[in-house]
Design a protein around this ligand. Structure first.
Ligand code: KE4
Length: 428
């Protein structure tokens, strides 16, 4: 499979863009191969600049749940763009989008559009701090909530102390109020509430961890967080940038039946256009400017062209709840097939899946949190991923990401993928 054009573009790109990419994971560093420069995409497939076609399981990291280049979404973008790209003024489409999100997700009484998941999380945390008058927040090791300073944090020396920066350029002061706990470990959260009694504004969690690979919440974990926040007067924030509108129309909160106070969205909500949002309880959202004292703003927030894309995708999902059963059934066929092959060829690997999200961890042990995820054999993953790329299957170029299945992945794509996986595993 030729990567000549991608290689030359990558060389050129590195002269002008740090690492040659506009987001680090796209550099394919962790699998040590040439990042494929994509030229076009349609349905479940993408074509790179060398003319190679791939079945795509990244789906732009989640947004393309209905597949690439969906005709209704494309037409809505073209129509909106024909009337202008941006006005910096209120538009009817923003009202329709906000109303639709509130209709689809019962916990959302009010919502504010922003331009990325990072911005959604940063703003939700500010609103939680403004509403509670408290400074501390709790996040979980292995969960990623975008690149705002206060969330680029890792566990401090003593787990009871504040987080320490997990990126250079982030002053200690920015992470001093960020406490870290372990996913699926309610005890580690209880200890923080005891140590920082009355000071914790919010707990933020990915209701399904999807940035350490896919890690499912164990029975009672999410409801336990709900109870702890209620007992301590703190807010529960679900970061549904990945799970929102994916697991169900009302996301992971609907799927697991736990109601957060605030939710952050991204990805699917924009259908591939740069859109994020945060929303939830009316009393909490009422602290946000210009109504309340929590400032948050954005030149292109609610951009009419981006709203058209997101509104069309969300409307299609709302009007076709049966698509979730179909999507999850297709994903089950794919992941079930991979699971059977791993077993048949006695590969030391585990498969974590939920709905149309999945991840193969090259470790023989259960992966239930960041520490267990990190025990995976990333060399084995890299070997597997490169085989998949070389045989026309585009998986995430990192062990610590997810596979995304879309409504455009049909039996043909699933069978083709399983054939490539089997070809790889039987050589092991
Ligand atoms: P963005 O700022 O990248 O739109 O969203 C940040 C974010 C927030 N919360 C969750 C749960 C997320 O998964 C993300 C971003 N996800 C990554 C993929 N793991 C984006 C890919 C990338 O960084 O290029």
């Amino acid at each position: 499979m030729s990567t000549k054009r991608s290689e030359s573009l990558f060389q050129e790109a590195q002269k002008y863009i740090p690492g040659g990419v506009n987001s680090p994971v796209r550099a394919f560093q962790s699998i040590g191969s040439v990042p494929r420069f994509i030229r076009s995409a349609d349905g479940a497939r993408m074509t790179d600049e060398d003319g190679q076609e791939y079945i795509d399981y990244v789906c732009s990291w989640g947004p393309m749940i209905l597949g690439h280049n969906h005709p209704a979404i494309r037409e809505s973008v073209v129509e909106a763009a024909s009337r202008g790209l941006s006005y910096g003024a209120a538009t009817e489409m923003e009202v329709r989008m906000a109303k639709l999100i509130c209709e689809m997700v019962p916990s959302i009484e009010m919502v504010r559009m922003v331009n990325s998941g990072t911005e959604a999380v940063m703003s939700a945390i500010r609103a939680a701090r403004g509403f509670t008058g408290r400074d501390k927040i709790v996040k979980f090791n292995g969960c990623y909530h975008g690149h705002s300073d206060g969330l680029l944090v890792k566990a401090g020396s003593g787990v009871m102390t504040a987080g320490v920066p997990d990126s250079s350029g982030v002053p200690d002061g920015c992470t001093r109020d960020t406490l870290t706990a372990d996913y699926n470990n309610l005890e580690s959260v209880k200890e923080l509430f005891e140590r920082w009694d009355g000071q914790i504004a919010a707990v933020i969690v990915e209701p399904v961890g999807a940035n350490m690979g896919v890690v499912l919440p164990e029975e009672g974990f999410l409801s336990g967080l709900r109870a702890l926040c209620d007992e301590n007067g703190s807010l529960l924030i679900f970061d549904e940038v990945i799970t929102g509108f994916r697991l169900k129309a009302d996301g992971a909160q609907g799927y697991f039946g736990v109601r957060p106070d605030l939710t952050t969205f991204g990805k699917i909500i924009g259908a591939g256009m740069p859109v994020g949002a945060y929303g939830g309880r009316r009393d909490v959202m009422s602290v946000v400017s210009p109504v309340g004292a929590v400032y948050q703003a954005g030149t292109l927030s609610g951009n009419p062209v981006a709203m058209a894309a997101g509104f069309t995708q969300l409307t299609l999902l709302k009007d076709h709840p049966e698509w979730y059963q179909e999507l999850n059934a297709r994903a089950a066929r794919l992941f079930g097939g991979i699971g059977r092959l791993l077993k048949e060829y006695e590969i030391p690997a585990v498969l974590n899946t939920v709905g149309s999200l999945g991840c193969v961890f090259f470790t023989p042990d259960a992966v239930i949190d960041y520490a267990s995820a990190k025990r995976s054999d990333t060399k084995a993953f890299s070997d597997y991923a490169n085989h998949m790329y070389d045989h026309g299957i585009y998986v995430a170029p990192s062990q610590f990401e997810a596979m995304f299945v879309s409504m455009a992945h049909g039996d043909a794509e699933i069978q083709e993928t399983l054939d490539v996986v089997e070809e790889y595993l039987k050589e092991k």
